[in-house]
Design a protein around this ligand. Structure first.
Ligand code: GUN
Length: 296
């Protein structure tokens, strides 16, 4: 196949994320003028996990580029639970903070679910509180997890129909698998959620018109798990060491073999990844609007 035809099969997450940010920048400008201040995102970063530091740095830069104010709160890895609880409670009360993001994973001594549960659902831009996940399950309005929102945006940007289609989601996390399955269901897809314990996993995946791989196992999905003509969305980003001492990011799909069968496929990096931060910005603007309107 020619290069142009080949690249048409690759979903360009960087470009779609850029389009989302450009659209958002206009909305943020208008909202800033209307309400007399910028939307504000507080990011709580605890400990010294290098990947978390990189993600947070990218989030702060992305905020700046679209006109969102960010407040970075950084704490030592030994910070005690009481201090973290007080930080979240203070951010809940702060009128200039529209979104609160507690970067995960937290150090082991901190109870992740208890801490996330303290976040005001109106400021929960990660969509991880039980209230927002419940709203998603019910089909109500709310703030929903960023990576699933990014996947849905990619599918719509590439005009991939999901209504009545067989969509298989491999993975059942709160952050990706479960919420993306609910979003797809809300758009009338026939959704199968499967995981490492599913019987006949390759056969189940081969039924998919759209296959979303979010299992966190590098290259678990083989080329022959992909039905000819299927759309493949790869959420995996595992850093693996190469033989020469360098490292690279690997998706959950064996890309080269899957590419042969797929009609459209996301690369890693440059597919779903760039969408996650873009949708965090969208959620922050959304929570700003909702909070300002509920005040009126
Ligand atoms: N760590 C890795 N991904 C995420 C995410 O989407 N949100 C938060 N808070 N932490 C993460």
């Amino acid at each position: 196949m020619e290069q142009a035809v080949l690249s048409k099969k690759i979903i360009d997450g960087k470009q779609v994320a850029k389009d989302v940010r450009e659209e958002l920048k206009v909305q943020v400008e208008a909202a800033t003028a209307k309400y007399g201040r910028k939307p504000g995102l507080a990011v709580v970063l605890i400990g010294d996990n290098p990947a978390s530091h990189t993600y947070v740095k990218n989030k702060v830069t992305a905020c700046k580029n679209v006109g969102i104010e960010s407040f970075l709160l950084q704490y030592d890895k030994d910070v005690d639970e009481k201090t973290v609880v007080e930080i979240v409670q203070k951010l809940n009360q702060d009128p200039l903070v529209d979104g609160i993001l507690v970067q995960l994973p937290l150090p082991k001594h901190l109870p992740t679910q208890e801490i996330l549960a303290l976040i005001d659902p109106a400021k929960d831009v990660d969509g991880l509180t039980a209230i927002n996940l419940g709203r998603l399950a019910r089909g109500d309005e709310g703030l929903f997890p960023c990576t699933p929102l990014g996947i849905m945006r990619l599918l719509s940007a590439y005009k991939v129909p999901v209504k009545g289609k067989n969509v298989v989601v491999l993975g059942r996390s709160h952050l990706v698998g479960k919420p993306v399955a609910l979003m797809l269901l809300a758009q009338d897809a026939t959704v199968t959620i499967c995981h490492s314990k599913t019987a006949n996993l390759p056969e189940v995946c081969r039924q998919a018109d759209v296959l979303v791989a979010a299992c966190g196992q590098p290259e678990m999905v083989k080329g022959d798990w992909v039905k000819p003509g299927a759309v493949v969305i790869d959420v995996g980003t595992t850093r693996v060491e190469n033989a020469d001492g360098t490292s690279s990011l690997k998706g959950d799909v064996a890309f080269d073999a899957a590419f042969e069968n797929a009609s459209l496929i996301t690369p890693v990096p440059g597919g779903v990844g760039p969408m996650t931060i873009a949708m965090l910005l969208v959620n922050t603007q959304k929570s700003f609007e909702m909070r300002m309107q509920s005040r009126a």
